[in-house]
Design a protein around this ligand. Structure first.
Ligand SMILES: Nc1ncnc2c1ncn2[C@@H]1O[C@H](COP(=O)(O)OP(=O)(O)OP(=O)(O)O)[C@@H](O)[C@H]1O
Ligand SMILES: [Mg+2]
Length: 221
C-alpha cells in the first residue's frame, strides 16, 4: 500500500504536536518513526488510523483520502502497550477469532505457531503477562493479512525469543512488499529493517531520512 502524508498539522490543544509533516512511502517500504518520549510518534500513528480526526487532503492510502474510507481493509495495528487495557473475560482463542472470521486455516495456524501462542491459547486475555498480551496483539494484526502494518513500540516487554520471532515475521512481510510503519526507541532494531526514518524532536520538528542516512538520526533525535 502506498502512503502519502501531505502537510499534516495536528494538536490535541491549540499547540500542534505534529507540524507540517510530509512524507511518502511506496508499497513495501519500511519506515521507522523515532524520537524521544512525547515527541508525537503515537499521535502520528493515531492520525494514520483515524483514531483522531485529521483534516481532509492530508493522508492518502493508495491515493485515496483516508477521510473518504469507510473502513480500513488489510491494515494491521499493534497499539502501544501502555495505552490499552483488556480486562474483559475472553480467551486468546476467542479474541483472535474476532480478527479472523474465516475458518481457521493454515495461515491462522502459522501465525499462532510463529508467536508461540499455543501454550496460552485457552487463557483469558486478562490473565496474560504484558509480553504475552503483546504477542497476541501482534498475532491479531497479522491475521488481517495486512498490506499496511503499523506497530507502536512492539518490542517493549517481549522476551528475546519473541523479538527474534517478530524480527523474522517483519523480514518476511517486508520481502512480500507489505508497507510497514514502526515506532520504536530501539534504533538497532529499526536499523535492521528500515528503508527510511521519520525523526521527531521535542520542538515538534521532523526530518524524513533515507535508510543510508542512519547516522543522521542521532543528529536530529
Ligand atoms: N489524548 C491526548 N490529549 C492531550 N495531549 C495528548 C494526548 N495524547 C498525547 N498527548 C500529548 O501529545 C504529545 C505527543 O504524545 P505521543 O503519545 O504522540 O508521544 P510519543 O512520541 O508516542 O511518546 P512515547 O515515546 O512516550 O510513546 C505529548 O506532549 C503528549 O502529552
Ligand atoms: Mg507513543
Amino acid at each position: 500500500m502506498r502512503i502519502n502524508v501531505n502537510d499534516l498539522t495536528f494538536g490535541y490543544t491549540q499547540r500542534p504536536v505534529l507540524k507540517n509533516v510530509t512524507f511518502s512511502l511506496t508499497s513495501g517500504e519500511f519506515l521507522s518513526v523515532v524520537g524521544k518520549n512525547g515527541t508525537g510518534k503515537s499521535t502520528l500513528i493515531k492520525c494514520l488510523l483515524k483514531i483522531v480526526a485529521v483534516p481532509n487532503n492530508t493522508i492518502f492510502f493508495d491515493d485515496i483520502d483516508i477521510n473518504a474510507l469507510k473502513r480500513f481493509y488489510h491494515v494491521g495495528y499493534v497499539p502501544q502497550k501502555s495505552e490499552i487495557t483488556y480486562e474483559f473475560p475472553i480467551t486468546v482463542n476467542e479474541f483472535l477469532s474476532y480478527a479472523y472470521l474465516k475458518r481457521k486455516d493454515a495461515y491462522f495456524t502459522s501465525v499462532i505457531n510463529a508467536l508461540d501462542l499455543n501454550p496460552i491459547y485457552n487463557e483469558n486475555i486478562n490473565n496474560l503477562s504484558g509480553g504475552q498480551l503483546q504477542r497476541v496483539l501482534i498475532a491479531r494484526a497479522l491475521l488481517n493479512k495486512p498490506k499496511l502494518l503499523i506497530l507502536d513500540e512492539p518490542t517493549v516487554s517481549i522476551d528475546n525469543e519473541s523479538i527474534l520471532a517478530l524480527n523474522n515475521i517483519l523480514k518476511k512481510l517486508h520481502n512480500e512488499l507489505t508497507t510497514i510503519i514502526l515506532s520504536t526507541h530501539d534504533l538497532e532494531f529499526a536499523r535492521e529493517h528500515s528503508d527510511c526514518y521519520l525523526v521527531l524532536n521535542e520542538k515538534y520538528e521532523h526530518r524524513f531520512l533515507s535508510g543510508k542516512d542512519y547516522d543522521d538520526v542521532f543528529k536530529y533525535i
